[in-house]
Structures are given as structure tokens and as C-alpha cells.
Design a binder for this molecule. Structure first.
Ligand code: ADP
Length: 626
């Protein structure tokens, strides 16, 4: 049994969702302890994504930090000259210090500017890299994850966070280092001049830090709470702007109704946002008041020292400058640390999403399925969707041999598509097994299993790419095989109309992009069939493959199905009973169970569900004909 599998739980159906549930629940509390790891992760991401920009940016920041310290020293020297000016030297003596001061000011200004520009690139490159990782995870998680809203919440946040957080965290680290470095310099100088002030100024920033941290947390909590609502709003925006939806929007006059829903969701967000802004402003105000009170107090004490003659004017002047600079730096430390803390919260969420990947890899079975099976056996298969309260498949058993056409029929919702997805290796059964020549598919690498299967889903995708790409994507590594391409399009009867397009097979399909041509739904279905032929797999699953085809195309497909797929195992799902008559075996599904099976004749003789549905359909055709 494959209790190793990521989407398989043994007893509780609800657990079939994930063993990955732990990584799916973000835990804010641990963030602070994890900060060093997260910082390391952010730096690693930045390093891998944008090494050069990282080094240049770091060098510029360090340069700026050193230059600021130099500025203070040069400034003090100028000041000393000013104070001593009347007694000795004269203006000429101050020139070197003044020149150094001017040069250092220019260095600070330029390195800060250059660093900002470098960070622009850095942000873009890290965002691309982080987004690439999100796409990798999204491409490898089991299909069942997509049935789970929690997964969609996480995916959305990961996408949003990938855009900014790693770069934000890196710049937070840089900012912290630069300011820290400058504080050491300024603080050191001040300690010599007026030690007591250093302590007071530093103490003044503790409340600023505590408050920044609190504000970050509030912001993070807000983002967490909004995710589901934001997704709903995004969904409505897609419906309101999508091409496929546009006709119903107009025909049913839905735009106003859905727009109302959209605005309502936005109103709720804005209300929450106002609360957030109020809370953050209040926090900022309190912090600002405490800090400025302390700064004002420090300056007042300084003035008092000068007035009462305890401190000479030059020392007080330097100290005042130092206190001011230190204050600025401490403020940027608080800002950088706040940024770091805030991005760490988001980055932890992001990191736990990326953790899905190793979990999937570790849980992935390593076995090799037979390249082409002679016999596929389904034994007592149960499956339940994560959000469902009852199983969609209940103890299904069936067999398909190579060279056979096996049909699956049943009413809507009886489980046909679900079974097709299980057989295609897209869903893992909760119980029971699927074997290929005796090899349990659940113990095989799912990529290899899927490699041997070609599926045409009833809701196949219309790719807005060229006609050729739409077909060769069935097996991209054979894209250059033109004979194979010709055969596939001809078998699907897609060759004639595709060749007639403005640029033939190289015509862009779909109206999304310039030069694009849309097809009729039936023509799209033939393209989807051509893709399946091109895949050339030993096991073929056709889920309502002719729903949009005209009667002639449908007749030809079913009539030639054996010839078209000679030697392959074919599972055919159809609600058109006439088309399944010639199947080797028909399985009738009802509420997730196989209730009847056999040949058409045998099933008719049984006078069960199949006979009833067949007769109903035949009668409706006759009535329509008569
Ligand atoms: P059929 O193909 O026979 O019409 P399906 O296999 O699509 O039926 O669906 C079988 C049952 O599973 C139905 O009750 C349907 O509502 C339910 N179902 C299908 N897809 C999902 C899903 N992603 N999440 C939850 N329930 C689903």
C-alpha cells in the first residue's frame, strides 16, 4: 500500500487531501526564531538569482556606510577649524577637511543612488527566480491539491510574495548592515564626546522597534485574512473580463450583478484596510511621540550643559550633529529591521509553500511501470475528493486489455471522469489498486505512468498557441517528426481545416493575440484529438471525445476506433449509447459503483440500467426522427 504517497491517506477520507497539511498551515509565532534561517534563505535566493547585482549592491552599501562615518569625522575637523579659526591658521587650513567632506558627501549621494538602481535589477531578478520556484511547485503538486481551497490560498500568497519579499528581505539585511556600521562609527565618536547621550538616544529607539514589529504583524495578519476574499474578487475580475465569459455576461446581462459582487468584496477589503491603516498610524504616532520626546529631552539637556558651562561649545556642536545623525541611523535601523521582520513573516509563508516540493519528491514512488501493458486491472478502487462528504468511487473493479475498447457509461455525476483521472494516474485511489500487468501503479513514478497515457478530457484546453504547437504538445520531444504530425492531424480529421488557415499550421489559434484565428468548438475538439494521436501512448482515455463533433465525424471516429488505435488499450466514456455498442466491454457506473458490465447484447438482455438508458436514448432518437 502506498501510504508514502502525498495524496493518500489510509483510513480517513478527509486525510486523502494532504500529508502536507502541516506545511499548509502558516505559523506566525515561529517566525522570530526562524529569522536567521529565513535571512539565510533570502540571501541564498538573491545570491542564486542575481550574484553580480548582489555584490555590487553590497559594495555600494558598505561604501555609503564608510563614507557617512568619514563625513562625520571630516565635519568635526571643519568644526574644530571654525572654533579655532580666530586664533590660528585661517581659512586655508580648513580646505583639505572641507574638500574631504564635499567628496564624501558626493560618494554617499552617488553610492546611494547607484545602490537603488542596482536594487531595481536585483528585485526583478530575484522575483523571477522566486516565481520560477513557485511555478515548479505548482507544476508538480498532485492534481488533488487543486481541489483544495487552502492550496489556492497558499499559491496566491506565494505568487504575490515571490514578487517582492526575497528582494525586500535582502535589502532589509543590507540596510541593517549599513546602518549598523554607521551607528558603530557615530556612536563611537559620540562616546568620546558625550557618552551619556548615546545611551539616551539608543534607548529612545527601543519603543520605535517594538512598535514597528507590532505594525508588521498587524500587516501580515491582514494579508492572511484577505487571501480568500482577494481570490474571489480576482475570480470575478476574470469572469468580467474573460473572452469566453463575455458572451454570457452580455446575453444574461450579468455584468452589473457580478460587478456589484465585485465592488462589495472590494468595499469589505477597504473597510478592513482602513482599520489596518488606523491601527498602524496609532502605533506609529505613539512610537513617534516617545522617540521625539526623548530626542527633544536629549537636546534640551545638551543646551542646558552649554548654558551652565559644563560643556564647551565645540564639543556640544559635534555632539548635537552626532545625536542627530545617530537618530537618523537608528530610525533607519528600525525601518530596516521592521522590513526584515515583516518580510520574514511573508517569507516563512513562502518558504513553507516551497517546502511542498521536497515533500513531493520524497513521497514520490520510484518504481518503473511496464512500458506498454497487456492487461490493466482495477481492483476495488475508492476515491473521495477533499471537499466532498462521500466517495466519488466506491469499490470499482474492471479490466482493460491491450487492443480492447472498453466503454464507461452512466448518468451525470456517476464517477466516470473521476475514474478516468484515477486511471490516468492523476488521482491516487484512497483504497484499492490499479495494476498494469500485475505492477501496482501507485508504486511507480507518476511521471512515467502518465507518459504511457494519452487523455482527451471533455473540458480539454484550447491553447492560444499555433495550430502546430497545439498538436505537437502531445509529445514535445517528437515535435520535429513531420510524418507523425501529418498522420495525427489526418486521423483526427484536423488537417483539412488547419491547412486552410491564413498561415496554415503556423497560424496562431484563439483571438487573444495578433494574427490569431478562432476555431469552432468542434474544430478545437479535433485539434485536441490530434494531440492525443500525436502522443502515441499505449493507453488512451477518451472522455466524451465527440461531444462537439458533427455526426459524420463522430460516426467515423467510432467506426474506425479499432483501426485508429490498433494494439492500444482504449477507455471510452460516452453518453452516446450508439457509440459504445461495438465496445468489447461496457461498464455501467451508478453513484460511484459498477452496477453492470458486459457486452452490449449481454447488457440489453439483462434489462437493467444500461438497457433502460439505451432504450430511452433510442426512443428519443426515433421520436425525433419520426
Ligand atoms: P461523471 O463524469 O460521471 O459525470 P464525475 O466523475 O465528474 O462524474 O463526478 C463524480 C462525483 O464527484 C460527482 O458527484 C461530482 O459532484 C463529484 N466531483 C467531481 N469533481 C469534484 C471535485 N473536484 N471536488 C469535489 N467533488 C467532485
Amino acid at each position: 500500500m502506498t501510504d508514502e504517497g502525498p495524496a493518500i491517506g489510509d483510513d480517513e477520507p478527509a486525510e486523502s487531501t494532504f500529508r502536507l497539511d502541516e506545511v499548509l498551515s502558516p505559523n506566525v509565532g515561529r517566525s522570530l526564531r526562524k529569522l536567521p534561517n529565513l535571512v539565510a534563505m533570502a540571501l541564498r535566493i538573491t545570491w542564486r538569482a542575481a550574484r553580480r547585482e548582489f555584490v555590487v549592491s553590497a559594495a555600494l552599501q558598505v561604501t555609503a556606510g564608510v563614507a557617512v562615518a568619514g563625513q562625520l569625522l571630516a565635519g568635526r575637523q571643519v568644526l574644530e577649524h571654525v572654533v579655532r579659526g580666530q586664533v590660528a591658521g585661517g581659512f586655508a587650513d580648513t580646505l583639505p577637511a572641507l574638500a574631504a567632506f564635499a567628496l564624501l558627501t558626493a560618494v554617499v549621494a552617488f553610492s546611494s543612488l547607484a545602490s537603488i538602481e542596482q536594487q531595481r535589477l536585483l528585485t526583478e531578478l530575484t522575483a523571477r527566480f522566486a516565481m520560477g520556484q513557485v511555478l515548479t511547485v505548482a507544476g508538480t503538486v498532485d492534481l488533488v491539491s487543486y481541489d483544495n481551497p487552502a492550496f489556492h490560498d497558499r499559491l496566491r500568497r506565494a505568487q504575490v510574495n515571490a514578487q517582492v519579499r526575497p528582494a525586500q528581505m535582502t535589502s532589509g539585511v543590507f540596510g541593517l548592515l549599513t546602518s549598523g556600521f554607521a551607528i558603530l562609527g557615530i556612536g563611537g565618536a559620540l562616546l568620546v564626546i558625550q557618552p551619556q547621550f548615546v545611551v539616551v538616544v539608543m534607548l529612545g529607539y527601543i519603543p520605535a522597534w517594538v512598535i514597528t514589529k507590532r505594525a508588521s504583524r498587524v500587516g501580515y495578519q491582514f494579508a492572511l485574512e484577505q487571501t480568500e476574499r482577494d481570490r474571489r474578487r480576482d475570480y470575478l475580475a476574470v469572469v468580467l473580463t474573460g473572452k469566453d465569459e463575455a458572451k454570457e455576461m452580455r446575453a444574461f446581462g450579468l455584468s452589473r450583478y457580478l460587478r456589484g459582487r465585485y465592488e462589495h468584496l472590494y468595499d469589505q477589503r477597504i473597510v478592513d484596510m482602513r482599520t489596518l491603516v488606523r491601527r498602524r498610524l496609532t502605533l506609529g504616532l505613539i512610537g513617534g511621540l516617545i522617540t521625539s520626546a526623548l530626542t527633544a529631552g536629549t537636546v534640551a539637556v545638551l543646551v542646558w550643559f552649554v548654558v551652565t558651562g559644563r560643556t564647551p561649545v565645540s564639543a556640544a556642536g559635534a555632539a548635537a550633529g552626532g545625536v542627530l545623525l545617530l537618530g537618523q541611523r537608528l530610525q533607519s535601523v528600525a525601518a530596516s529591521a521592521g522590513l526584515l521582520y515583516e518580510s520574514s513573516l511573508f517569507l516563512e509563508d513562502f518558504a513553507s509553500f516551497l517546502d511542498l516540493q521536497p515533500a513531493i519528491e520524497a513521497a514520490r514512488p520510484k518504481g518503473t511501470p511496464p512500458p506498454a501493458f497487456q492487461r490493466l486491472v482495477v481492483e476495488d478502487v475508492w476515491f473521495q475528493y477533499p471537499a466532498a462528504t462521500s466517495p466519488a468511487l466506491r469499490g470499482v473493479s474492471l479490466e482493460i486489455g491491450a487492443g480492447e475498447v472498453v466503454a464507461l457509461v452512466g448518468e451525470n455525476g456517476s464517477g466516470k471522469t473521476t475514474l478516468a483521472k484515477v486511471l490516468a494516474g492523476l488521482y491516487a485511489p484512497r483504497q484499492g489498486r490499479v495494476t498494469w500487468d500485475g505492477v501496482d501503479v501507485a508504486e511507480c513514478d507518476p511521471d512515467r505512468v502518465r507518459d504511457a497515457v494519452a487523455v482527451v478530457f471533455q473540458d480539454f484546453i484550447r491553447y492560444h498557441l499555433t495550430a502546430r504547437e497545439n498538436v505537437v504538445m502531445g509529445r514535445p520531444d517528437r515535435a520535429a517528426d513531420s510524418d507523425h504530425f501529418t498522420t495525427a492531424t489526418a486521423r483526427a480529421q484536423a488537417d483539412t481545416f488547419l491547412r486552410r488557415l491564413p498561415n496554415g499550421y503556423d497560424t496562431q489559434l484563439g483571438p487573444h493575440f495578433f494574427g490569431g484565428t478562432d476555431l469552432s468548438i468542434g474544430q478545437w475538439q479535433r485539434v485536441a484529438l490530434a494531440r492525443a494521436y500525436f502522443r502515441d501512448a499505449p493507453f488512451l482515455i477518451l472522455d466524451e471525445p465527440t461531444s462537439a463533433l458533427d455526426p459524420r465525424a463522430e460516426y467515423e471516429l467510432f467506426n474506425n476506433i479499432r483501426e485508429l488505435f490498433a494494439g492500444r488499450a482504449v477507455l471510452l466514456i460516452s453518453h452516446r449509447f450508439s457509440s459504445v455498442r461495438s465496445a468489447d466491454r461496457v461498464y455501467v457506473l451508478h453513484e460511484g459503483e459498477v452496477v453492470e458490465s458486459g457486452s452490449h447484447e449481454g447488457l440489453m438482455a439483462r434489462k437493467g440500467l444500461y438497457a433502460e438508458l439505451f432504450t430511452l436514448q433510442a426512443a428519443s432518437y426515433l421520436e425525433a426522427g419520426g
